[in-house]
Design a protein around this ligand. Structure first.
Ligand code: PLP
Length: 396
């Protein structure tokens, strides 16, 4: 008899239901030459040339002298470039920046660093790997607090009524496209300060923020450096989805309880990273450094603006056609209400089979996502126009 019992006994079921696997499987089944992919939010523009050249140069450098293993938590040159990339980061030192291969790996499994009985709060709907990992690891419990993001509240999450230890918070928000204003985010920081909680802040879409009132980093909020760990990525902000590079900021001011005493969390995180990774490839970190230079930033900004024009075009077009639409302002996602009597999965299938459009059904992001569908704005304006023509026909 095997003793290899998975942490989650629903393992087989979880695998089968994973949202992005479902979307890929259905897409593979029905894809044809007319299919427009507005599903999984992957970038659709080639890698920036300044970034590509930096990667080539770094690889050549590696063929000329021995590099060996790099520092587990990132090379100082990239940490410095990150610190200088935003006024919100200027307060941090290199040891508070942790370079990684993107947000997913560190953020989704972050709770494993804490005792199993800690309480967690998580937005619903939200980026599925958060709850899929928690379920997989047996950490999604009956006391896990779901924070509903609902239409009546413009998908802005309300503070939990109870005290929680760890909070997953994402702004701008995948999938609804909502974004917390300075005032709304301050409430979360104050809640965490009063309750001794830590906020895991997912800032994957920080480069897409346009409203002055929406902070692109949680550290624009006073006191966040005492309670928030921010996760960022070059994936969407610089087209690194296939290259893999991101980072998180763990400020030295964050404290945790251990053996009845308060301890700094930073050395703990440093240790945890040092024993679990050998870091990110040197050429990729050089590419990320290059992505933060002025020349690359000017060019990358044009890509971001183009994605946001497509998102806006979709939003306005859908609204004019009578759809109820959200997002598309500080975030490249469009979130709209299913205009038929179907569930979001049924409507997703209709869009795919009858209109050749790949979308993502809202229910895959959580129970409160039922009744909605997400479209990605990571497409060119021509494709957005074509998609709109087809979507208009849905409402006829
Ligand atoms: N966080 C959110 C909210 C996302 O939407 C995504 C990707 O779609 C990620 C994280 C993944 O980021 P990365 O590619 O850095 O792992």
């Amino acid at each position: 008899m095997t003793k290899l019992i998975p942490l989650s006994l629903e393992l087989a079921q979880l695998e089968k239901n994973y949202l992005f696997s479902l979307v890929s499987a259905k897409k593979a089944q029905y894809k044809n030459e007319n299919t427009l992919d507005l599903g999984v939010g992957d970038v659709s523009k080639p890698l920036n040339k300044v970034v590509a050249q930096a990667i080539i140069d770094a690889t050549t450098e590696m063929s000329e002298k021995v590099f060996g293993y790099g520092p587990e938590c990132g090379y100082p040159f990239l940490k410095q470039a990150i610190i200088q990339s935003s006024p919100a980061y200027s307060q941090f030192s290199e040891d508070e920046i942790f370079v990684n291969d993107g947000i997913i790996s560190d953020m989704a499994r972050f709770p494993l660093q804490f005792a199993p009985d800690i309480t967690l709060a998580i937005q619903d709907p939200c980026f599925p790997p958060y709850f899929e990992n928690l379920k997989f690891l047996g950490r999604f419990k009956t006391n896990t607090v779901l924070i509903p993001c609902l239409e009546e509240n413009n998908f802005i999450p309300n503070l939990p009524e109870e005290r929680v230890d760890l909070i997953y918070l994402c702004s701008p928000h995948n999938p609804t496209g909502s974004a917390l204003t300075r005032e709304q985010l301050s409430k979360w920081v104050n809640y965490a300060k009063s309750n001794g909680s830590i906020i895991l802040f997912d800032s994957a879409y920080q480069a897409f923020v346009t409203d002055d009132d929406v902070p692109s980093s949680i550290y624009e909020i006073e006191g966040a450096e005492l309670v928030a760990i921010e996760f960022c990525s070059f994936s969407k902000s610089a087209g690194f989805t296939g290259l893999r590079c991101g980072y998180f900021v763990c400020p030295k001011g964050i404290e945790i309880d251990a053996n009845g005493k308060r301890h700094k969390f930073l050395p703990y995180v440093e240790h945890s990273k040092s024993i679990s990774t050998n870091g990110v490839a040197y050429p990729i970190q050089k590419g990320a450094e290059a992505a933060l230079t002025k020349k690359a930033q000017d060019e990358i900004r044009q890509d971001i603006e183009s994605y946001m024009r497509s998102a806006k075009q979709l939003k306005l077009g859908l609204q004019a056609a009578g759809f109820t639409v959200f997002g598309g302002i500080n975030c490249p996602y469009i979130w709209f209400k299913v205009p038929t009597e179907q569930t979001s999965v049924q409507f997703f299938e209709t869009l795919l089979k009858e209109y050749d459009i790949v979308s993502v059904p809202g229910s895959g992001f959580g129970q409160f996502g039922e009744g909605y569908v997400r479209l990605s704005g990571f497409i060119d304006e021509q494709k957005a126009k074509l998609a709109l023509q087809r979507l208009r026909a849905v409402c006829k």
